[in-house]
Ligand binder design. Structure first.
Ligand code: NAD
Length: 553
C-alpha cells in the first residue's frame, strides 16, 4: 500500500485536512514534549496536562496556561491532550497554531489561546498520552454521556462512561505517584471514589507503587456564549478529594488558576458531594423549566399569555429566576445530568428502588425532551387554518442552537422540531447566524455517536443529511409557507412583518416558540393575512379576533 492510501485524515469545520499521526510520530512527539517541559521546568513552571480538547478542555487549558503568580509571571505550562480520532484530531494542529478549535461568541477565547501559544509559550497540544508521564497535575475534561434508548423515557437510558474510564486507566498507567488528577467531567455520583479511584489504584499496584493515587473532583459550570472564558475563570467552583492530600492539592490548584478571591471556592468533604452538587443543580434547572410546560399548554387553551404571566411573577424578587422553556431544553448538560444521577443510584450505589425514589427528575427530563414535538403540531394547525397542509409545505426554522446568541446545537429543541416536521412530510430549511455546520443532521449516521442520533426516533429522516444552515434570511424565506421562530437570537427580535411577507412572497404561518413577538407585531401579521401560533400564548386567538373585528367594522 502506498503512503497516501494508508494516511487517515481529520477534517476541521472549515474543511482543512490534517493527516493523522503514524506510529513513528509518537516517538518524535514525545521527544518534543520532553524538551518543552524541560525548558518549562527551568522557567519554574508547573506542568499540567488537560485531557480532552472539547468545549470545556480547550478553554480550561488556556485559562490554566494564562495563570500568573504573585509577581505577574506565568506559573503553569499546559499540554492539552486530545485523542487522535478522525473526528477530533484536527483540534491539535489548530491549537498548536494558536487558533481556537471552538467557534465561540466570546472574543477572549481566541485571544487567550493565541497569547498562551504564541507569546507566553505556556500552551501546547498533543495526541501522545505519554505526556501524562511529565505531569504534576492532570485535568480530565473528556465526555461522559447519558445515552437515551427511547424518546421521552429517561429511565431506560444508560451512562456511557467508556471515554472517561479509558482516560482514567491511561492516567493510572502513566502518571507519577505524586501527580494530582482532577476530574472536571460531569459524572454520575460515586464515579470518582467508586469507579475512577479503584481503576487508578489497580494500575498503581500493577506498577508497584505503594501510595494512594491523588484523585479529586471539581465540576465545570462553563456556559457557551459571550462570557465563555469568564464562566470558567471568574465563577464559583466546588471541589473535593478522595483523601486529605488530594483535597488540599486540588484546593491549592484551583486557588492558583481561578479567580477564587472574587468567586469563593466551596470545598466539600467527599467527591460524591461535589458530584451530587452538579447533578442536583442541573436537575433543579431542568425541573423548573419542565414545570412550566403544563402551564404553557394551559395558557394556550385558555387565552392566557404565559410570557406576561412569567414577567409579572418575576417582579417578585423571590421568583425572579423563572424562565420560559421555549421549544424544550437543550445544551449538553440539562438533558443528561439528572439521568446520570438516576442511573448511578442503581448501577454504582447499588439501590433497587430508584423508580420509587425518583419521580420528579425523570419526569422533568422526559417533558423537556418531548416539548418540541408540540411546535410541529402548532405548525400543522396554523397551516390548516390557512387552508394548507403540512405535507409538502415549505417551512423555515429560524435558529438551530439550543439558546440565544450562541452557536452550540447540542440537543437543541430545533432539531426535534425539524425531525418531527420532516416525519410529517414538510420540506424544511434552516437559518442561523451563529451556526455553520449542524452536525446532528450533516453527520447523523455518526453524531453524536454511531446509532445515537435522534433520527432513530422518527421516520423519513434520510434526506436531512443534506440540510445546510442558511445565512441569508431574505433568500431562505423565498416561497416559505411557515416560519418557526425557534430561538430568540438578537437577529430575530426586530423582524418586520411586512419584510417577512415580502421575502416569502405571500402571507405565511408564523410560529413563535420563545415569546419573541410583541402583541403589536402579532396584530400586524394578522393584518397582513398571516396566521400566528405561539407556545404558551393563548391570547393570540384574542388578538386575531380583534383584527378580524376591526376589518369588518
Ligand atoms: N459544554 C458545556 O457547556 C459543559 C458545561 C459544564 C460541564 N460540562 C461537562 O464537561 C465535560 C466535557 O464536556 P465537553 O463539552 O468539553 O465535551 P466534548 O465532547 O466537547 O469534549 C470532550 C473531548 O475529549 C476528547 N477525549 C475523549 N477521550 C479522550 C482521551 N482518552 N484522551 C484525550 N481526549 C479524549 C474527545 O475527543 C473530545 O474532544 C462533560 O462531562 C460535560 O458534561 C460541559
Amino acid at each position: 500500500m502506498s503512503e497516501t492510501t494508508k494516511t487517515r485524515w481529520s477534517v476541521n469545520p472549515a474543511g482543512e485536512k490534517f493527516a493523522l499521526p503514524e506510529e513513528r510520530d509518537y516517538i518524535i512527539e514525545m521527544q518534543r514534549l520532553t524538551e518543552l517541559t524541560k525548558q518549562a521546568r527551568a522557567r519554574g513552571l508547573e506542568i499540567v496536562v488537560v485531557m480532552g480538547a472539547g468545549f470545556v478542555g480547550a478553554v480550561m487549558a488556556a485559562v490554566v496556561a494564562s495563570t500568573k503568580d504573585k509577581n505577574g509571571k506565568c506559573s503553569k505550562f499546559v499540554i492539552v491532550c486530545q485523542r487522535p480520532s478522525t473526528r477530533s484530531y484536527w483540534k491539535i494542529p489548530m491549537i498548536s497554531r494558536g487558533e481556537s478549535p471552538i467557534k465561540a461568541e466570546d472574543p477572549e477565547v481566541e485571544e487567550l489561546i493565541a497569547r498562551c501559544v504564541n507569546e507566553d509559550k505556556t500552551l501546547v497540544a498533543s495526541f501522545n498520552s505519554d505526556c501524562l508521564t511529565l505531569a504534576d497535575c492532570v485535568v480530565v475534561d473528556v465526555q461522559c454521556d447519558f445515552a437515551k434508548n427511547d424518546l421521552g423515557k429517561m429511565r431506560t437510558g444508560e451512562a456511557d462512561m467508556a471515554a472517561l474510564e479509558a482516560t482514567i486507566r491511561t492516567i493510572g498507567e502513566k502518571v507519577e505517584p505524586q501527580c494530582l488528577t482532577l476530574i472536571e467531567t460531569t459524572v454520575a455520583p460515586g464515579t470518582t471514589e467508586f469507579v475512577a479511584w479503584p481503576i487508578m489504584k489497580k494500575a498503581f499496584v500493577a506498577r508497584g507503587i505503594t501510595t494512594e493515587p491523588l484523585l479529586a473532583h471539581s465540576f465545570e459550570r462553563v456556559m457557551p456564549g459571550k462570557d465563555y472564558v469568564a464562566s470558567i475563570r471568574d465563577f464559583w467552583r466546588v471541589c473535593s478529594g478522595c483523601n486529605l492530600e488530594a483535597r488540599t492539592r486540588v484546593e491549592k490548584f484551583l486557588r492558583e488558576v481561578l479567580n477564587t478571591e472574587k468567586f469563593p471556592l466551596t470545598v466539600m468533604d467527599r467527591p460524591i458531594e461535589s458530584e451530587t452538587t452538579k447533578i442536583i443543580e442541573n436537575s433543579y434547572r431542568a425541573t423548573i423549566l419542565a414545570f412550566l410546560n403544563e402551564w404553557s399548554l394551559f395558557s394556550e387553551r385558555n387565552g392566557v399569555d404565559l410570557i406576561k404571566v412569567v414577567n409579572a411573577i418575576k417582579m417578585r424578587p423571590t421568583h425572579n429566576n423563572m424562565i420560559f422553556p421555549g421549544p424544550g431544553v437543550g445544551g449538553y448538560c440539562l438533558p443528561k445530568d439528572g439521568g446520570l444521577g438516576y442511573w448511578a443510584y442503581r448501577h454504582i450505589l447499588g439501590f433497587e428502588d430508584g423508580d420509587q425514589l425518583f419521580k420528579i427528575t425523570p419526569t422533568a427530563i422526559d417533558i423537556n425532551d418531548t416539548r418540541a414535538l408540540h411546535v410541529a403540531e402548532l405548525v400543522r394547525d396554523a397551516l390548516r387554518n390557512m387552508g394548507r397542509y403540512i405535507a409538502g409545505a415549505d417551512v423555515v426554522i429560524c435558529g438551530a442552537s439550543y439558546r440565544q446568541d450562541v452557536g452550540d446545537t447540542r440537543y437543541s429543541g430545533s432539531e426535534m422540531v425539524i425531525r418531527k416536521l420532516t416525519e410529517m412530510g414538510a420540506e424544511v430549511r434552516v437559518h442561523d447566524p451563529y451556526v455553520d455546520h449542524w452536525y446532528e443532521f450533516e453527520s447523523q449516521d455518526s453524531y453524536p455517536s454511531p446509532g445515537q442520533s435522534w433520527a432513530r426516533f422518527f421516520r423519513n429522516q434520510e434526506g436531512l443529511k443534506d440540510l445546510r444552515v442558511e445565512k441569508d434570511l431574505t433568500l431562505t424565506l423565498k416561497g416559505a409557507e411557515a416560519l418557526v421562530l425557534a430561538v430568540p437570537h438578537k437577529d430575530y427580535m426586530n423582524l418586520k412583518p411586512s419584510d417577512i411577507v415580502k421575502w416569502a412572497g405571500k402571507p405565511l404561518a408564523i410560529i413563535d416558540c420563545f415569546g419573541i413577538l410583541t402583541d403589536d407585531i402579532i396584530r400586524e401579521y394578522f393584518e397582513l393575512g398571516c396566521e400566528v401560533k405561539a407556545l404558551g400564548r393563548g391570547h393570540v386567538q384574542r388578538l386575531k379576533k380583534e383584527v378580524q373585528n376591526n376589518k369588518t367594522n
